[in-house]
Design a protein around this ligand. Structure first.
Ligand code: CA
Length: 234
């Protein structure tokens, strides 16, 4: 027995599967490997992994089907791996409950960072986590949910109600990519043709107020064509 995080890698391409499992082992995780949807079901129910890395293009079924099955009964973080650069697939996977996605080909450091971030997210949102739910902190950013105040380096940032609601929503899913549609639904409750534009305008204002500098650490990352994520990589 050990206390390493167990990560299930579902990928039918032998060399990519080997690459990822080797990479995870080298980074202190226990990697489990599955090469089809059928394998993945068995491995998932026998080993109860702490995180799943899931290729969407599997030989026996679409990885998206497995994703939906898992989500019916579990909040295990799922990172989708996709060769498809089509944004629709990513958006669909995220809206079906994936925490994140990585597009192939990917860098080793990038994948490991996403794994770390997704595991951290599940700790934050876990049922008995040491996360009170009253306050969020990452780097110099902190949010007090009771008073609805946001601070950077202890300076209060003056946000509108809508801007605050957006930030609070993103912070409740740190590290997870939230699609435009998911954010719009949460904030405005409906979606119309102008919604994405409205979201982008609010986001631009938030970033200005946060003093975001291009190329430097940003608290909010725009995943182009897909959505936004709260950066929780320390
Ligand atoms: Ca594949």
């Amino acid at each position: 027995m050990n206390n390493k995080y167990k990560i299930l890698v579902v990928e039918d391409e032998e060399n990519i599967n080997n690459l990822i499992t080797t990479l995870l082992d080298a980074n202190g995780y226990q990697a489990l490997s599955a090469k089809s949807c059928a394998d993945a079901r068995i491995m998932n129910s026998s080993y109860k992994p702490d995180l799943v890395i899931l290729d969407l293009g599997l030989p026996d079924a679409d990885g998206g089907i497995f994703l939906k099955e898992v989500r019916k009964g579990s909040r295990v973080p799922i990172i989708v791996l996709s060769a498809r650069s089509d944004e629709k697939d990513k958006v669909e996977a995220l809206d079906s409950g994936a925490n994140d996605y990585v597009t192939k080909p990917f860098g080793a450091a990038e994948l490991v960072a996403r794994v770390r971030s997704a595991l951290r997210t599940s700790i934050y949102t876990g049922d008995n986590a040491g996360y009170s739910g009253e306050r969020f902190e990452t780097g110099d950013l902190s949010i007090d949910y009771d008073s609805r105040h946001v601070f950077i380096e202890k300076n209060e940032i003056n946000l509108t109600q809508t801007e605050y609601n957006i930030i609070a929503f993103l912070s409740k899913h740190p590290g997870k990519v939230l699609t435009y549609a998911a954010i719009i639904k949460e904030i405005w409750g409906y979606s119309d043709l102008g919604s994405i534009k409205k979201l982008q305008v609010n986001m631009a204002n938030i970033r200005k107020k946060f003093g975001a500098i291009p190329g430097e650490k940003n608290y909010i990352i725009n995943e182009l064509g897909v959505g936004y994520r709260m950066n929780n990589d320390e």
